[in-house]
Design a protein around this ligand. Structure first.
Ligand SMILES: NC(=O)c1ccc[n+]([C@@H]2O[C@H](COP(=O)([O-])OP(=O)(O)OC[C@H]3O[C@@H](n4cnc5c(N)ncnc54)[C@H](O)[C@@H]3O)[C@@H](O)[C@H]2O)c1
Length: 350
């Protein structure tokens, strides 16, 4: 990687796609999951704060910072469910990894694709601890941008190879099925959510709607199921009926953020939840019976993005899949910033 002080490695969407394809999607998800687990296991070392959200009528723009004392990372991410109607993504993102010692950015990268990968990797890591043993069938309700990533992560980490898809827009399910063709899945498109969850040991909800929705009602969720609730991630934006929450063991990323944004915003502020990192660290129990309904109330937390940024930065060293961005002013004498400007003026006048 470059030694030039003005230059920051920049990973464009094009380079990110080349990187993911060069590594292989399943391997990328598996390796990134290991980074996520590594960082969850040292949870207490991180600065943690609920993300800073700026809500509007149509969506939200969020900043997600964290640091482990050596590296600092943040992500800019939006969520605008109406965007797909005019050709835009619901979720787009970019992020930075920086050196805490000197404050200099070490990486600037697209994170739209990376967010889909890290969200899926985190869901699959959670399911490793929470889903019933040997689960091979997953319902995916909401078949938009995130859906295939979820499917591939659950295949890579848990061996899920049967999918039951449902979306209110049938063309989204057709797109999802077509994209996953030839990847070793047996795929059924269901007519409704009730039909989709039939026989599934894992239910992933990953819909986008800027309102309290009820994608799953209590009667749809049988005993022993693991629910991976991804789409409810903002105040006023949930997917599950409250009764499901009341009979589930609920696992979360960072409780102060999830209580604002997750499914549990429907519950009392002191309703018991279990932090996922504690399960990974052996400090709390994950699944403890075959009848238990487990719920991963995913909202997406900054440490997952930090892990993803760390992973990408490590991968760049081998692949060179980045550009050198002239991002940081670097005068010959550090205090002579104005002089640098004057010299540039002189140079352009010649
Ligand atoms: N938890 C996290 O870490 C995390 C990360 C990224 C995205 N998300 C959330 O995941 C959700 C999906 O994101 P995306 O990028 O795939 O969005 P998307 O707009 O590409 O896809 C959403 C899909 O949900 C479908 N849908 C909407 N209402 C539905 C309903 N009632 N029943 C069935 N299907 C329905 C839509 O037709 C669409 O195909 C968003 O809400 C987003 O905010 C969460």
């Amino acid at each position: 990687m470059t030694e030039k002080l003005n230059v920051v490695p920049f990973v464009s969407v094009d380079h990110m796609m080349k990187l993911v394809l060069a590594v292989g999607v399943e391997r990328f998800l598996t390796e990134m999951s290991a980074y996520i687990e590594e960082d969850f296991l040292r949870w207490e070392q991180f600065d943690k704060t609920p993300r800073i959200a700026s809500h509007s009528h149509d969506g939200v723009i969020e900043l997600m910072p964290t640091s482990d004392g050596h590296l600092y990372g943040f992500k800019y991410v939006n969520g605008h469910p109406k965007n797909t109607r005019d050709g835009r993504q619901t979720v787009t993102a970019f992020g930075v990894l920086a050196d805490v010692g000197n404050g200099y950015p070490m990486l600037l990268t697209e994170m739209t694709i990376l967010t889909a990968l890290r969200t899926a990797a985190t869901s699959a890591v959670a399911a490793k601890y929470l889903a019933p043993k040997g689960a091979d069938t997953m319902a995916i309700i909401g078949n938009g941008a995130q859906s295939e990533f979820q499917a591939v992560a659950f295949k890579a980490l848990l061996g899920v190879n049967k999918l039951r898809l449902y979306d209110i827009d049938a063309s989204a399910s057709q797109k999802c099925k077509a994209n996953l063709a030839g990847m070793g899945f047996d795929i059924v498109i269901a007519d409704n959510a009730q039909d989709a969850v039939e026989g599934a040991q894992i239910i992933t909800t990953v819909t986008a709607d800027k309102q309290l929705a009820t994608i799953l009602t209590d009667n749809m969720v049988g005993t022993g199921v693991h629910i991976n609730a991804v789409g409810g991630d903002c105040p006023g934006k949930t997917e599950l009926h409250k009764d499901i929450l009341l009979r589930s063991d609920i696992f979360v990323e960072f409780p102060p953020q999830t209580r604002i944004e997750g499914e549990i915003q429907q519950l009392a502020a002191d309703h018991p939840v279990i932090e996922l990192w504690q399960v990974m660290a052996g400090k709390a129990q994950g699944r403890n019976s075959s009848a238990q309904v487990t719920l991963f109330d995913s909202v997406g937390f900054a440490i997952e993005d930090f892990s993803a940024l760390r992973y990408v930065r490590d991968k760049l060293i081998d692949t060179g899949l980045f550009e050198e961005l002239d991002l940081l002013a670097d005068p010959d004498e550090p205090r002579d910033l104005f002089g640098m400007l004057l010299r540039a003026a002189k140079a352009s006048a010649v």
